[in-house]
Design a protein. Structure first.
Length: 337
């Protein structure tokens, strides 16, 4: 049985990046049930990626699981589903995650173990602080982030240095900055990165527009900090396009169409000497738990999506003392509450 249900995530705070602000995120929850086993999946669809409840419903309605006698044949099934229509990466990820969860439960093994990865090898996650014009509000957000070891700070406007300076008045915790394509030219980007490097900033995500491949290559050659591709990367084929232009890539299941391709992306990036970040959208513990299975292949974790919402319907991966705890249960290790 194949079921899907629209759901809306409620954010703990209004979340702002350059040019946008939101307090909710639409998701589609997916269940695949067979042989008394239920696999759970999720599509998280922030508006800027172009998917919605309506588009996910249309795509998912076209899938006929009656064609498949053996749901453990993930490669064949997911190849078919990927070919149904272009795009729809989050909707495809929901099915991919649910099938991996079902197959892992059927085998009685967690996916990191199926992939011969050590689930004890985990990483600290960064905790996101969105853009905030009011310094008092920014200070409150930094205080609320006290349980976490690393801060991820959204930059990309004229307040960048003020934002980092305000945070540095409060804490010397490592900072990672996500510019979301907000810097206009490479000289400004390099000057700002050199300033950030002196203030215990560890890396920079997507400093300029994704189309500026040559400018990013120029910046990466000169930057004292790792430059990580985010908006420039969605699926496996994108890695070849950005090779040499960035030090590493941020892999998100909602862009990679799920766990199957995300693993291939991580392996290829590592083969080519690139850093790997496992990231997320605003998600429930379902998708976060799926992504956590890949952490032994990563250099950085940005898996705070479920920490930013108030209505998580799942229990799975947790964060203890700032460290992501990969669930040991079979499949992706989640249960529905």
């Amino acid at each position: 049985m194949f079921r899907f249900q629209p759901y809306t995530l409620e954010l703990r705070h209004r979340f702002s990046i350059a040019g946008s602000s939101r307090s909710t995120t639409p998701v589609m929850l997916v269940e695949i049930e067979k042989d008394g086993i239920t696999g759970y999946g999720e599509a998280s669809m922030p508006p800027y990626l172009g998917e919605s409840h309506a588009s996910a419903r249309t795509f998912l309605s076209a899938i006929d699981f009656g064609r498949y006698d053996n749901l453990s044949l993930l490669e064949d099934i997911l190849r078919d589903i990927d070919g149904l229509a272009p795009g729809n990466n989050a909707a495809k990820a929901a099915v991919d995650i649910a099938l991996h969860d079902w197959a892992g439960k059927k085998a009685g093994v967690a996916w990191h173990a199926i992939w011969n990865l050590d689930g004890r090898h985990t990483l600290p996650t960064s905790f996101t602080i969105g853009m905030e014009a009011d310094r008092d509000a920014l200070r409150r957000k930094v205080e609320e982030a006290d349980p976490y070891r690393i801060l991820k700070v959204k930059l990309g406007d004229e307040r960048d240095r003020q934002t980092v300076s305000t945070i540095r008045e409060m804490t010397d915790k490592p900072i990672r900055v996500d510019v979301n394509q907000g810097w206009g030219d490479r000289e400004h980007a390099l000057e700002t990165i050199e300033w950030l490097a002196a203030r215990n900033v560890g890396l920079v995500e997507q400093p300029m527009a994704k189309e500026k491949i040559d400018d990013h290559a120029w910046l990466t050659e000169r930057s004292p900090l790792p430059i990580i591709a985010d908006e420039s990367i969605q699926r496996l084929g994108d890695i070849r396009k950005v090779r040499g232009a960035y030090h590493g890539i941020n892999i998100k299941l909602m862009k990679s169409a799920g766990m199957r391709e995300a693993r291939s992306m991580a392996l290829l990036a590592r083969e080519w000497g690139m850093k790997v970040m496992i990231g997320c959208m605003t998600e429930t513990s379902c998708a976060i738990s799926a992504a956590s299975q890949l952490l032994p292949l990563a250099d950085y974790a940005d898996l705070d999506g479920a920490l930013l919402i108030t209505n998580d319907p799942f229990r799975g991966a947790t964060v203890v003392d700032g460290m992501v705890q990969i669930p040991e249960g079979p499949g992706i290790g989640v249960t529905k509450m």
